[in-house]
Design a protein around this ligand. Structure first.
Ligand SMILES: Nc1nc2c(ncn2[C@@H]2O[C@H](COP(=O)(O)OP(=O)(O)OP(=O)(O)O)[C@@H](O)[C@H]2O)c(=O)[nH]1
Ligand SMILES: [Zn+2]
Length: 336
């Protein structure tokens, strides 16, 4: 587990202007040097379920954190009652700097981004090949969110017993995204879980998908039996029914080292927050070609230097085409 930058939050506090001219509060504020490290597993109405060592501890955010919200996957410093006993409530006093952030906006006009998951290494985009029909635009939007937030994408194509994956795979071929195709028979034999697991070992993977694609079925095959989720079933971690939570939920991977973060089914994935310059980091073969771009280039406009640079033979035109297709998902309405 990563160490915490001890002074991050204290520095914020110190630099805050002392408007009322009274005693600076920093002198009386405890530094919490004895705080334990934990990871946020789920959030429900301001209550955060955290893993501290091998204990599950309920906590709330300390007032000194201000408006900064802790989300699933956050590494936190936690003080107070860490016994994990019923009806105890610890306090989260620091949130460590995040290595990645999966963000979404409720829709494209919504200026407020929500961090859905912190510190995930990978985003598994689960898509059914049929029933429901694949929605490439939604996949593209998830990929943009992954690239923007610093997660590497993984495509999981389910229900190959109902339709072949070829067309969809062709669409993503130039993006070089790792993928797994699964069927009902492979789910039943355990082979589906085994093949997906190979991509998850040693990593924290957030799973997203439209409702009905088989995400729950798959996640259940990847986590210990007592952690499995079913509709209407009470969740072992939160003690609440599945439908009462809108938060993501981190679950330990069984049979390998890693975490599976299940997220609520998405219908849309707002991208108002996306910065094209962060997306292009995921295209290292194209990035050098942006040197001649105008400032704050969207890389999807007439002055973009990438066209000429690619035409000179510096990179594969198919890659630029794929990048543009992804970037364009930010400008079009979501459901088509
Ligand atoms: N034919 C077929 N059906 C599958 C497969 N995987 C899952 N299903 C079925 O698809 C339906 C939806 O699966 P869920 O796992 O509940 O889907 P979900 O993505 O979690 O959807 P929500 O629960 O609505 O979020 C269920 O009836 C599953 O049995 C598959 O590989 N092939
Ligand atoms: Zn450009």
């Amino acid at each position: 587990m990563r160490r915490y930058g001890k002074h991050t939050d204290e520095d914020d506090i110190r630099s805050r202007p002392n408007r009322k001219g009274n005693r600076p509060r920093t002198h009386i504020r405890p530094k919490h040097e004895d705080a334990a490290e934990g990871m946020v597993l789920t959030v429900d109405r301001g209550r955060l379920t955290c893993l501290v060592g091998d204990r599950t501890v309920m906590a709330m955010k300390a007032r000194e954190l201000g408006r900064k919200a802790a989300v699933v996957g956050d590494r936190v410093a936690i003080v107070g009652d860490l016994s994990g006993r019923k009806d105890t409530l610890a306090r989260i006093v620091r949130i460590a700097e995040r290595t990645s952030v999966l963000r979404r906006t409720a829709d494209d006009d919504d200026p407020y981004e929500r961090v859905v998951v912190a510190n995930a290494d990978q985003l598994a985009v689960v898509t059914a090949l049929a029933d429901p029909e694949p929605r490439p635009r939604l996949i593209d939007r998830c990929l943009v969110a992954a690239y923007d937030g610093g997660l590497s994408p993984l495509l999981v194509l389910t229900k190959s017993d109902l339709a072949p994956p070829d067309k969809l795979l062709e669409l993503y071929g130039d993006l070089d995204i790792p993928y797994v195709v699964t069927s009902r028979a492979e789910l039943e034999s355990g082979e589906a879980a085994d093949r997906v697991r190979e991509h998850l070992d040693g990593r924290v993977t957030a799973f997203v998908g439209h409702s009905g694609v088989g995400k729950t079925t798959l996640v259940n095959a990847l986590v210990p039996e007592e952690r499995r989720r079913t509709t209407g079933h009470v969740n072992a971690v939160t003690g609440r029914g599945r439908h009462t939570t809108t938060s993501a939920l981190a679950l330990p991977l069984s049979g390998a080292d890693g975490w599976v973060i299940d997220t609520p089914g998405v219908r849309s994935f707002g991208l108002a927050h996306v910065d094209p310059s962060r997306v292009i980091h995921a295209f290292p073969d194209l990035e050098p070609g942006t040197e001649g771009c105008p400032r704050a280039c969207s890389h999807d406009e007439p002055d973009c230097a990438l066209d000429a640079w690619v035409a000179e033979g510096n990179a594969d035109p198919a890659r630029l085409y794929s990048l543009r297709r992804l970037l364009a998902t930010r400008e079009r309405p979501e459901d088509d």
